[in-house]
Design a protein around this ligand. Structure first.
Ligand SMILES: [Zn+2]
Length: 1001
């Protein structure tokens, strides 16, 4: 879809019918020829009526209006795979067939013009759409235009909020919203975000939704105590101020907590999956006659519910998981409900008015109420649905899938970038048809709230991994085409996918080979390459043919070797190194008794008696921190007399608060070579770690290997890595929100949320993290970065822990119906924690830039060497940069991807928060000139869009809300007046760039 899609996915929208007359185009001369930018000017004027709401139903302003929202919740994989859900296969596992749902809903909508329905998951809808006849597509287009079929959210999936990285969230929303924009234009553009099922809600998600242009956000799950407090305080609806850095109202999002999660009210579920009685109203003598009773029941429900909200409107979600396969059952009864309830207005002066509606139309009425709304600034984690029932286990469930997802994000960005840099030569070339779309779609599927979250059945998790794996293949073809085009050499490229377990047939057998290292960052990197090799000595040459230092080291507890050398790679480009075997001699090793490793920046000392890390010293900043790191496990609860709740895929419930040592000491082994120093720690047969330092590295790397977790003793185990320091942290710690802004966390209690009591401090203190966790004492900051999403916590002052692996023997009764216990011998998992020690004011510079390099790590591609020339007339090149100038350190190139035949999608991001860095001034706004920034193509036309690229920014308008914390500045429309752009702290700017590729790449 991305590769050869038609140009320009974005149409001018906003105030339909009014836009064109307010728009003027001009083409000013840019400062540097030969660029000719077309810039769009927009005269600011709020829309006379808000876009997208004109088809909303009429309400009765003097009555309580009950907005019935017919909907289905279609998980993109959970108990069944995506395909099994779509086609309705294995209904013995779960009765669910999305194709029939959509068929049935469309027929039912046609039967009555007042009926409405919302649809959410574009992964399913787009698939169904492509199977329809032109006639059906026309009917559906009409329904969408009339507002009878409305899209809510509109992402490829309804993504999880705890275990997802913001880059992947933006990508999956972009994919879904692009389908809607291209298929239905602005008629199909969702106005509200709809996350009815994710298990807790992150602040960053709200910020991203606001930046995508959504007017409001609806969700279903929040902590049971928090919900009670909100109902009493009339705070079920608020304005969420979701960024501490972005100026309001940029990240303000009106947020509504649904009254009954996302289910219909009790007794009013008329799906074939429900057992509630349908209306019997035609014959009062029938023993089954129930109309009067049902109407009475409904009126009471509506009135009670209305009291928990502030306006004369309330919403009822009429549907649930995979409902509406027989839509007629629902609609027939809803028709009767509406008719009978509204008849009461005439009959006995009832003040309740019920109508078919949608979340957007409900929101529109709230907006018109012109109330002052309270403001929320933190997030909705953790989520508990009862005492001892914290949904904090899934932050760490299925750690291998979580890593595969993160690695695939990295690979997809490299694939996208090479497609953008090489242009059409990436899609069709000597290696066949290359395509980034399958991996883009697979990654979007992985963001679903039962996918990367680790809460699906095992066979579904296997299918998610299959989708990623199949997505990698056409990307490998694409990258081979692109690398051949850009380097000028047709090599037999090899992608060793098992480098993390030291397997790569080419490097382990060949006498000579080439290593192409591609760097997706906007700055050059110095990257330590590690490759499995046979027992030899190797000579490594850089792109200029000069020999560079290299080492061969033995991998812990094996006979295998790895070759190490440091690669210098330019920004957004590659360097090609060549490796050849030397005459045999045994690799040099050096052993030492003193358990210390150090380089010019860091020193790590280990306890000679226990073998545990004991002390970390930042030599440059003269900081010394005693820190002990060890592995522990929580004994998973299987239920007790306080509660029958067991620990499971969703829920973390340990038997007791204190974890048990995996081992109090480690067998150690010290390796010192010129390019690496390592302490190998062996804690048990199933837990080991390598702690290493490379030259010039400012962090300590802890590579842990855990599993298969033994469960022969009948105990499920949840394994953590814990760091204990003497830092006086005052009960506070800090974690990222979806890998982006940092939130303060508090382990002692929920004092900052009045009235809430934690039934269990250990699971209740767990918070989701994508990037890392920090502790500081006012002077020193200890940061631990992760390589995947994980749960982390600080349960006592100066201590922090990360959950690395879980294996559980009981199901936690939240629907998945399987214990988190991979059949057979279990799974071993390997991962890395990076530890940084800094002064407070300089810590952000260290951890932000290191985290960026973790997410966008260089990609190693191998080749035997000696390939033919790509084009005879052009000399091959061993080094390439796609940028003419490096990006400043505060700027991340978030997206560079092919959008259309001659269009690229470009996102640039300021990756520092306000006031975060005082050392290098990295929190200041930064200005960039995009003119001639890229070397592989010239930008000829630039349009700025909202975050998900489905609306031009100049025409985007959002509903405005007033808050009780003072006036919110009026959002001013964005003018793109030149190719010089400024990024403010935490700002992401999104562009569609028309480009011309350079002839020679
Ligand atoms: Zn769901």
């Amino acid at each position: 879809m991305v590769g050869d899609a038609r140009p320009s996915g974005v149409r001018v929208g906003g105030c339909r019918g009014a836009v064109e007359s307010r728009t003027s185009f001009r083409a000013p001369r840019p400062p540097l020829p030969p660029l000719s930018f077309l810039f769009v000017l927009f005269l600011a004027a709020p829309c006379a009526w808000a876009a997208g709401y004109k088809t909303c139903p009429k309400v009765k302003p003097d009555m309580l209006n009950v907005h019935l929202v017919p909907h289905t919740h279609d998980d993109v994989g959970w108990l069944k795979t995506v395909d099994q859900y779509f086609y309705g296969i294995y209904n013995n596992i779960q009765q669910a067939g999305v194709q029939y749902i959509l068929d049935s809903v469309i027929s039912s909508l046609l039967a009555d013009p007042t009926r409405r329905f919302i649809y959410v998951e574009i992964a399913f809808f787009s698939r169904w759409w492509h199977q329809q006849t032109n006639a059906t597509q026309k009917i559906v287009r009409d329904l969408v235009r009339q507002g009878r079929l409305e899209f809510a959210n509109g992402g490829w999936v309804m993504n999880d909020e705890a275990t997802t990285h913001y880059g992947a969230i933006i990508d999956q929303m972009t994919l879904g919203l692009r389908f809607l924009e291209e298929t239905f234009g602005s008629d199909g553009r969702p106005r509200v975000a709809w996350h009815i099922d994710p298990f807790g809600h992150s602040r960053e998600q709200a910020s991203l939704f606001a930046q995508m242009g959504f007017d409001g956000f609806f969700f279903g799950r929040l902590d049971y105590q928090d919900k009670k407090v909100r109902e009493t305080a009339l705070q079920m609806e608020q304005v969420w101020r979701a960024s501490a850095s972005l100026k309001p109202p940029t990240a303000d999002l009106f947020t509504s907590v649904l009254p009954n999660m996302y289910s219909p009210p009790e007794g009013l579920c008329w799906d074939m999956l429900c057992a509630d009685k349908p209306f019997v109203e035609d014959d009062v003598r029938s023993p089954e006659y129930n109309a009067k009773e049902l109407v009475h029941h409904f009126l009471k429900l509506a009135t009670d519910q209305g009291k928990l909200y502030r306006t004369k409107h309330t919403v009822m979600t009429m549907g649930s998981d995979f409902q509406y396969e027989n839509a007629n059952m629902w609609f027939k009864n809803l028709d009767k409900l509406i008719q009978l309830v509204n008849a009461q207005q005439q009959a006995n002066g009832s003040r309740v008015n019920v109508l078919y509606s949608t979340p957007a139309c409900y929101l529109w009425e709230l907006n018109k109420a012109k109330l002052n709304w309270s403001v929320k600034k933190d997030d909705f984690f953790p989520y508990a649905d009862g005492p001892h029932m914290f949904w904090t286990g899934y932050f760490s469930s299925r750690p291998a899938l979580k890593r595969y997802e993160r690695l695939s994000y990295n690979f997809l960005q490299v694939c996208n970038q090479l497609e953008a840099l090489a242009g059409p030569a990436a899609n069709v070339g000597p290696y066949g048809s290359g395509d980034s779309a399958p991996l883009n779609e697979a990654m979007a599927v992985l963001q679903h709230h039962d996918a990367v979250s680790g809460t699906s059945r095992q066979h579904v998790a296997d299918d998610y991994a299959r989708q990623l794996s199949e997505g990698w293949r056409p990307c490998q073809v694409l990258m081979s085409n692109a690398l051949a085009h850009l380097s000028g050499l047709k090599e037999d490229f090899a992608f060793c996918r098992k480098l993390n377990i030291s397997i790569c047939p080419l490097t382990q057998t060949a006498e000579r080979f080439q290593v192409i290292v591609y760097n997706p960052l906007g700055r050059k990197v110095d990257w330590m390459v590690r490759l499995p090799v046979s027992k030899h000595v190797y000579l490594v040459r850089d792109p200029g043919g000069k020999t560079v230092p290299s080492d061969v080291v033995t991998i812990p507890s094996s006979d295998s070797q790895e070759l190490l050398f440091s690669a210098l790679v330019p920004a957004l480009g590659f360097s090609i190194y060549s490796v050849s075997q030397m005459p045999d001699q045994s690799p040099q090793k050096s052993w030492s008794r003193d358990l210390v490793i150090q380089n010019e920046y860091l020193r790590a000392r280990f306890d000679p008696d226990t073998g545990l890390l004991m002390e970390l010293e930042n030599l440059e900043q003269n900081l010394l921190l005693p820190v002990r790191q060890a592995f522990y496990w929580y004994n998973a609860s299987t239920g007790n007399n306080l509660s029958s709740q067991a620990s499971g895929a969703y829920i973390f419930r340990p038997n007791r608060n204190k974890p048990l040592f995996v081992s109090r000491w480690a067998q150690t082994h010290l390796v010192k070579a010129s390019l690496v120093q390592e302490v190998h720690q062996n804690f048990s047969a199933w837990c080991s770690q390598v702690i290493r330092l490379y030259p010039r590295q400012r962090h300590l790397e802890l590579e842990w290997t855990v599993g298969p977790i033994p469960v022969g003793d009948g105990w499920g185990k949840e394994v953590i890595s814990r760091f204990d320091t003497g830092l006086a942290t005052g009960g506070l710690f800090y974690t990222d929100s979806n890998g982006r802004e940092i939130l303060e966390r508090r382990w002692r209690d929920w004092g900052h949320r009045a009235g809430l009591i934690k039934s269990h401090p250990t699971p209740g203190g767990n918070t989701p993290l994508q990037s890392g966790v920090h502790l500081f004492d006012g002077n020193m900051q200890l940061t631990v970065l992760t390589d995947r999403s994980q749960g982390g916590s600080s349960l006592t002052d100066g201590s922090l822990e990360l959950m690395v692996h879980r294996r559980l023997l009981k199901d936690d009764a939240r629907g998945v119906g399987e214990p988190l216990n991979r059949e057979g011998s279990g799974l071993w998992v390997r991962g890395r924690h990076l530890v940084l020690l800094d002064k407070k004011g300089t810590a952000a510079a260290s951890h932000r830039l290191q985290a960026e390099m973790e997410v966008l790590a260089p990609q190693v591609v191998l080749a035997p060497g000696g390939g033919a020339r790509y084009r005879l007339e052009r000399a091959p090149r061993t080094q390439f940069s796609g940028l003419r100038r490096e990006l400043p350190p505060s700027v991340r190139l978030l997206t560079l991807a092919r959008w259309g035949r001659e269009t690229l999608l470009l996102r640039l991001e300021h990756q520092f928060a306000v006031g975060e860095d005082s050392g290098r001034n990295l929190s200041s706004p930064v200005t960039l000139d995009l003119t001639n920034l890229f070397s592989a193509f010239t930008i000829t036309h630039l349009r700025e869009t909202t975050l998900a690229a489905n609306q031009l920014l100049a025409y985007a308008s959002r509903l405005q809300w007033t808050t009780d914390v003072g006036p919110t500045p009026h959002p001013s429309p964005s003018h793109l007046v030149s190719a010089t752009i400024t990024l403010h702290p935490m700002e992401i700017r999104t562009f569609l760039a028309s480009v011309q590729w350079e002839e020679d790449g």
